[in-house]
Design a protein around this ligand. Structure first.
Ligand code: CMP
Length: 142
């Protein structure tokens, strides 16, 4: 199973990319793809297409384009559920203390990291940023 995640521009600007990735690594999740990039408008619109028409949509797109992001692909059994558990709820106020959003998040918009909510969305979203040959096959040491 593969999960897509994206560390948002505010987290890159705050210099907490390493800490965010560290939380995923410490859990034992395997990162098989990673890129620092500035999204194009079409990538952002494709990523967030299920939110078209919502009142926060325009601001969401604008924020997502405001600086570099880190795109991640995570692989493993239950990768989606486990990643989303570590990431925490969308609103940092409702996210568990110790989760990424619970630790670093201040607002719903600047909630530090995005993580796909289903296998179908994860596959669709990771393909916006990665070619199949950019995803690496290796074993973790424990
Ligand atoms: P993310 O996981 O990136 O998926 C969609 C994003 O929309 C979500 O995280 C939030 O950052 C943002 N979002 C969701 N609901 C709201 C809201 N009510 N106001 C502002 N932003 C929101």
């Amino acid at each position: 199973m593969r999960e897509f995640a994206m560390i948002k521009p505010n987290a890159v600007r705050r210099g907490i990319v390493g800490e965010v990735i560290s939380k995923l690594e410490k859990k034992g999740l395997k990162i098989i793809g990673m890129k620092l990039l500035k999204m194009t408008s079409s990538q952002s619109k494709e990523l967030y297409k299920e939110h078209v028409g919502k009142d926060f949509y325009e601001k969401l797109i604008e924020f997502s384009l405001s600086g570099p992001v880190v795109a991640l692909v995570i692989e493993g059994p239950r990768a989606i559920e486990i990643t989303r558990h570590i990431v925490g709820k969308t609103d940092p106020l409702k996210a568990m203390p110790g989760s990424i959003r619970g630790t670093y998040g201040l607002s719903v918009r600047k909630n530090v990291i995005h993580a796909s909510d289903s296998e179908k969305n994860a596959e669709r979203e990771l393909k916006i940023f990665f070619d199949e040959n950019e995803l690496l096959n290796y074993e973790l040491d424990y």
